[in-house]
Write a protein that binds this ligand. Structure first.
Ligand SMILES: O=P(O)(O)OC[C@H]1O[C@H](O)[C@H](O)[C@@H](O)[C@@H]1O
Length: 466
């Protein structure tokens, strides 16, 4: 059986492929990787979210690492992925294993490796782990731990340290806000309440207990998955609605009017906030699929913008190597200067509350003002199903996409970092690329009005025959 171990690690259906024996193969492969790269000095933290059998898998991982002579430190309770990443940085560990299948359906479990730099593993690392997986599958060599060795496994709860760190980065005023939060049955439950513990904020959480079935839904903070939150924020006079995904590395933000903000909108609002209100300086990192509103704000303040392929691993990499105010992506990931190079949904929510307090205005008003100031852009992503038979031809058409004009506007730039992105003379752009996580072709368009949006989408789809 092929175990693919990309940036988000290995995810599979529990009891089908995600069995204890396959899981041990993966952990042994990580242990081999760590040994091959002399990263066995300071220990590996093992975090887990609220999924089925999480504690048992965590204990198994700890035993395999221990049997390989690697100090394992297991989380005392379920915790968000960004907290696991923070724990590495805060304690200068060799890395972490995080047991999570993020926003996948309830039948999935997953495991990912976060290296010593506390951000998503880059391909040069995951490639090595994948090679080790094959070796372990062939040799069957998995170390197992004696009971006296198992006594060496440590336990740790990093929650208080993480909350201290977050509080150092955020300045809440004494403004009274009423917030409704939906951690979607994930390990972010309780964290938001604790973040606002010393403030005048009145926060209530829904779906804040462990349910490995996620209430029958998907732990994904999109508009479709948050009907209760949206409805209650709108009808019960809340100032803000916050949501987190199944491992709290992504966010959902709802205005006081019950309007769901896209991650793109959240990103540019926060860049404006960080620069205008907090006086931050540095560059901006966004993926090739993320809003150019960031570029507009950056231009106004003379900031550099760096564009990466899709994937927070590339955003995080730049955040480690350059002086960056904010890094983010359209699919709902962001981090800021002074924090870990990993996406953090809790941070996004805290920053939005900080901004609303600082501006002393409703979120919908802030959005309106910022859009008016820089000029509104609208963006949309189409996810188009594409089976394995037609995919090679579609990919070829994307690669060879070469038109002079779309919707009457000249193509002034072609960017091929990830799929094909074309920029038009009026500033509109379109990106066509295959998803790396689903059997879909994604078509992203950003422009100034809906009619133009539809025209660009139609012309591009016709050209690609999808
Ligand atoms: O558009 P895709 O290739 O499916 O990737 C979408 C997302 O997948 C994962 O969740 C990664 O962590 C993200 O960084 C990425 O943006």
């Amino acid at each position: 059986m092929a175990i693919e171990f990309g940036t988000d690690g290995w995810r599979a259906v529990i009891a089908d492929e995600f069995t204890f024996s396959n899981f041990k193969v993966v952990v042994q492969a990580v242990a081999n990787y760590l040994q091959n790269n002399d990263q066995t000095e300071s220990g590996i933290f093992i975090g887990y979210d609220n999924r089925f059998l999480a504690e048992e898998f965590a204990q198994t991982a700890a035993e395999v690492l221990t049997a390989n002579g690697i100090q394992a430190i297991v989380a005392k309770e379920a915790l968000p992925t960004p907290v696991t990443a923070f724990t590495i940085q805060d304690n200068k560990l060799d890395g972490a294993l995080m047991l999570t299948a993020s926003h996948n359906p309830a039948s999935y479990q997953g495991i990912k490796f976060i290296p010593h730099y506390a951000g998503p593993a880059l391909p040069e690392i995951t490639d090595q782990i994948e090679e080790e997986v094959v070796q372990v599958q062939e040799s069957g060599e998995i170390h197992s731990c004696q009971s006296e060795e198992a006594a060496e496994i440590k336990e740790f709860n990093p929650k208080a340290d993480y909350l201290d760190h977050l509080q150092e980065m955020i300045d809440f005023s004494d403004q009274k806000l009423k917030i409704l939060a939906d951690p979607m049955y994930g390990p972010g439950a309780g964290y938001l309440t604790d973040i606002f513990a010393d403030t005048e904020v009145e926060i209530e959480e829904i779906n804040d207990y462990r349910d490995p079935l996620f209430g029958g839904g998907m732990p994904e903070p999109t508009e479709d998955e948050l009907p209760e939150l949206i409805d209650r924020v709108q009808t019960e006079d809340y100032d803000l609605g916050f949501a987190l995904d199944g491992d709290a590395d992504r966010f959902g933000i709802i205005t006081e009017q019950g309007k769901y903000l896209s991650p793109n909108q959240v990103l540019f609002l926060l860049l404006d906030h960080l620069v205008e209100s907090k006086g931050e300086t540095g560059g901006v990192v966004r993926t090739v699929a993320t809003t150019h509103m960031l570029d507009k704000i950056a231009k106004e303040h003379d900031l550099d913008v760096f564009e990466t392929p899709v994937g927070f691993k590339y955003v995080g990499e730049l955040m480690m190597n350059k002086d960056i105010i904010i890094g983010g992506e359209e699919s709902g990931g962001l981090s800021i200067k002074g924090h870990i190079p990993e996406k953090d949904g809790l941070l996004a929510c805290a920053l939005i509350a900080e901004m609303v307090m600082d501006r002393e205005e409703k979120l919908s008003v802030i959005l309106e003002k910022v859009e008016k100031k820089y000029g509104k852009l609208i963006s949309e992503r189409l996810d188009i199903e594409c089976g394995s038979e037609e995919k090679p031809e579609v990919l070829e058409r994307i690669k060879n996409f070469d038109v002079d004009e779309i919707a009457g506007y000249k193509v002034i730039e072609q960017i091929t970092k990830d799929g094909m992105k074309v920029v038009l003379e009026d500033g509109s752009w379109c990106l066509m690329r295959p998803s790396g996580t689903e059997p879909l072709i994604r078509v992203y368009v950003e422009t100034s009005d809906y009619e133009l949006m539809e025209q660009i989408q139609a012309e591009v789809r016709e050209e690609l025959q999808i």
